[in-house]
Design a protein around this ligand. Sequence first.
Ligand SMILES: [Zn+2]
Length: 281
Amino acid sequence: MTLLAATIKRASLGISTRSIARPVTSRKMHIQSIPMWEGTGNNYAYLVTDDKSKEAVIIDPANPPEVLPVLKEKTDSGSIKLSKIINTHHHHDHAGGNVEILKHFKLPIIGGKDCSQVTTTPDHKSQFNIGDIKVTALHTPCHTQDSICFYFEDGSDLAVFTGDTLFIGGCGRFFEGDATQMHKALNETLAALPNETRVYPGHEYTKGNVRFAKKVLDNDAIKKLDEFSQANKETQGKFTIGDEKQHNVFMRVDDSNIQQLVGETKPVEVMRALREMKDRS
Ligand SMILES: [Zn+2]
């Protein structure tokens, strides 16, 4: 069996070559979702910890009353060493908690150029570490011009924090950008990540996204997402980039059924038409 064939065989069994090589006790990055404004904005902040070093970052802690108690409990008990705030973009419901968080924790803020109190805006594809976790900043301008997705790699454990660029089954509104930029963000930049990368978006919008997807396309992946979102209140981290390519209509701009429906064939025009339809729905 060639190495490629072996890799494919292992992948088909759901086992990565990496996990075979690593001891069972190997640490993993730990991702804790912190729901905020449940029932209205349905935002998520995420606390990500490197289990070995206990170094941790908090992503988009926009509502301090809901986030600070978690951070205080964990720092006071010594279970995490908080090192950074990360922001996916400048909107108030993502970066609006920075000033208050800084009153309690002296931390650098890594985020887009327009984020409140930002310390460092990483270049596209630049990297930094959180303990042994490797983080890559991916510029994905459109929803805002300073939107950045953060790709986390801990051995074979892969996750991407997508803010309001990519949602489970949907994408953000084009507030500061256009269809060309969103097409690039979703179908070039994020689509290039390994299929097994788990997606952690800035909001729980899945039910609404599925409602729209069903009007546009009928496939098994959308049916599955529909069933999952009916049965589960939270969908973050439960789907991967590979899943998004199947159930997210904004990542299926080459799908002939969608092209027929919107009457366009160029990917950017399909993206534009889908977003306009969604905005009207
Ligand atoms: Zn936003």
